[in-house]
Design a protein around this ligand. Structure first.
Ligand SMILES: [Zn+2]
Length: 343
């Protein structure tokens, strides 16, 4: 019987991997190497293989499968990266990003183990469902991952569908070809700021890391007495979300107001997700979620104004519990589902 799987978090900077047991416990510390994402597929593949091999060696056990979390549009059924803008290679004048790269087969061929993969934010939701705030038993979980962008994931249980649904536990909504769950591109305002996706007014354009920093710089300039200016010695380039949190914790009204504004944007979007999916849990992950009470208080207040009351009654909005190893845990959760399916 299988006792372990490998969880892999492939990022634009680093690739990390660890071997985990069925309970989602890491059997040894994660192994990490640069992903060398801009140097072409063959080099990145070598980095992935090296990282996985070292993780398996460190754990001392033989894993039954590999689950990989990859940022981009991932066709999980075929193990193909449809599009991953952080990965590619310079060819003359043009940076060619990964398109239709058969990553799953390539890793399988090198390591001789079954490989499953999915979008990193989708898998973060699956990991949080099984090993975090979902406890493996919540009746549905929707997750937002707040960071450079805003990722999303939707874990559905049979409690949320009508008809012939017999599956146990949580399954990911991936859509046709693996593109579903892009909650960060839910549109708050069709005339709003331009988003990286090309549309306007997506929640990501309002609440991604750079948008928070930009808002904070503007507010620091408008409020010369704000602690933000003292903490940065008047240099707005030093403002980070962590610094806004530090100022908010010390009671700075400007910093608190920044999180209230960001929380209000997120609250409107979350209310929409609650109305669509009626989940038992909405988890907020990513480094920005560490802003804590000032952010979450504003989210709760706004959601009360915008979500349907009976749906909200059954729903808990909570910080994710496994922020640091979200990709590894999500990959492992998917790998365990593949192992179970084979039995
Ligand atoms: Zn967008």
């Amino acid at each position: 019987m299988a006792t372990a799987v490998v969880g892999v978090d492939l990022g634009g900077t680093n690739v990390r991997a660890a071997v985990l047991n069925r309970e989602g416990e890491l059997l040894s510390a994660p192994v990490q190497h640069p992903s060398r994402a801009q140097e072409g597929f063959r080099i990145t593949l070598e980095q992935i293989v090296l990282t996985i091999r070292e993780a398996i060696d460190a754990s001392g056990v033989a894993p039954a499968a590999i689950g990989m979390a990859v940022p981009g549009h991932i066709d999980s059924a075929r193990g193909v990266v449809r599009w991953a803008p952080n990965f590619g290679e310079q060819r003359g004048e043009i940076f060619e990003v990964w398109r239709d790269v058969p990553l799953g087969d390539a890793v399988r061929a090198r390591l001789n183990l079954p490989v499953v993969m999915g979008n990193d934010a989708n898998l973060a939701a699956l990991g949080e469902y099984y090993y975090g705030v979902g406890r493996g038993q919540a009746r549905g979980l929707v997750m937002l991952t707040l960071g450079t962008g805003i990722g999303g994931g939707v874990v559905l249980t049979r409690h949320q569908v009508q008809g012939n649904a017999h599956w146990d536990g949580g399954v990911l909504l991936v859509g046709l070809g693996g593109g579903a769950g892009e909650l960060g591109h839910a549109i708050l305002n069709f005339g709003g700021p331009r988003c990286g996706c090309g549309a306007r007014g997506c929640i990501e354009a309002y609440a991604k890391r750079d948008a928070i920093v930009e808002l904070a710089r503007e507010e620091a300039r408008r409020n010369p007495n704000s602690l933000l200016n003292a903490l940065t010695e008047g240099d707005p380039a030093k403002i980070t979300p962590a610094l806004v949190s530090q100022a908010a914790e010390q009671g700075d009204p400007t910093a608190i107001a920044i999180w209230q504004e960001i929380g209000a944007y997120l609250g409107v979007a979350i209310a929409t997700f609650i109305n669509i999916f009626n989940p038992e849990v909405v988890a907020i992950g990513g480094q920005i979620a560490k802003a804590g009470a000032p952010l979450f208080d504003a989210i709760h207040r706004t959601v009360r104004d915008y979500a349907l009351p009976t749906l909200l009654q059954d729903c808990q909005i909570a910080p994710a519990e496994r922020i640091e190893d979200a990709g590894i845990l999500g990959g492992a959760a998917l790998a365990w589902q593949a192992v179970e399916a084979r039995r």
